[in-house]
Design a protein. Structure first.
Length: 169
């Protein structure tokens, strides 16, 4: 069973296992909130995960880790922005999510997004924007499986980005 959890020190082993795997894969770790500081310093890392107040370019957000309770491992993470500024409205969206390399292709991203949409509902977000690079067909598919309706395509730094809206009831 999957559930979203806030990071606590008791999850240090699961965090390090996931982040070490991602680092060894030499790929960009998404969402950005989980890679912005050193995960080996767990206390500082936990403090860095969330933006509590808007500070110019950032809006308040919440970061959750997706825990597979049966295997006791983190399979990925999501970052939920509580509202959108101009940059997020253009190409960032409300939800940033990522699944660790060894867990991809198992339908976990679809389930993780569904759990994130539940959190959006709790925050009062009824229209959720999700964006992905046009070349990321797997992400586009998972957004669509969660009710995402393509609004348009924009270009950010020369990269085509798909913008989807999801109605949350």
């Amino acid at each position: 069973m999957l559930k979203l959890v806030k990071l606590k020190k008791e999850f240090s082993e699961q965090l390090i296992d996931m982040m070490d795997e991602w680092t060894m894969a030499n790929e960009k770790i998404i969402p950005w909130s989980i890679r912005k500081c050193d995960y080996h310093d767990i206390g500082q890392y936990i403090e860095s995960l969330e933006v509590k107040e808007a500070n110019g370019k950032n809006v308040p957000d919440s970061t959750y880790f997706c825990l597979d309770t049966e295997r006791d491992i983190f399979v990925g993470a999501v970052n939920i922005r509580h509202y959108l500024n101009d940059k997020l409205l253009f190409s960032g969206g409300h939800i940033g999510d990522g699944i660790r390399p060894s867990e991809r292709g198992k339908g976990l991203e679809t389930k993780t997004i569904a759990l994130a949409l539940d959190e959006c509902r709790k925050l009062g977000i009824r229209d959720v924007l999700m964006c992905c690079d046009k070349g990321n067909i797997a992400s586009a598919r998972t957004i669509e499986k969660n009710g995402g309706v393509l609004e348009n395509e924009v270009s950010e730094d020369g990269v085509p980005v798909l913008r989807y809206w999801i109605k949350v009831n």
